[in-house]
Design a protein around this ligand. Sequence first.
Ligand code: FES
Length: 149
Amino acid sequence: MGFLCGHGINGFRFIIDYVCQTKTSRCAEIGPFNYCFPHFHSDSVVYAGVHDMIELIARLSSKTVEAEASFSILDLAIKHDIPWLFSCTHGTCARCRCLVTEGLELLNEPTEAELDRLEPEEFEQGYRLACQAKVVSQGHVKVKNVPYF
Ligand code: FES
């Protein structure tokens, strides 16, 4: 275990100033509005607020936006007014289905709902459900909304 030390901006984003193995006085030197988080593995970096860009492609428009901790791909599309098709928001309708053409390895593992709804071949081809998939590691992700109909 170690610590990630840095400063926060806009409530969520966290910029790492340094990484240390034990908490020291230097951790406190970074001042108010700054933070020092324990971290155990690379996923924790994401939940401390370090993110990258995700390119969201819908039928009628596309945008590149900043991935945010705990936001699904669908949440990001809705937040940024991208006309992403969806209905249930909990992994059953598959209207939000998407093809991840870059950065598939940067997403969370498929959820139980996705395992129930999508076929194994779809996972092999890079399909996910946007209401279930989240960016959990740093890097560029490119996703296209590809519903069945
Ligand atoms: S919105 Fe229904 S499965 Fe994602």
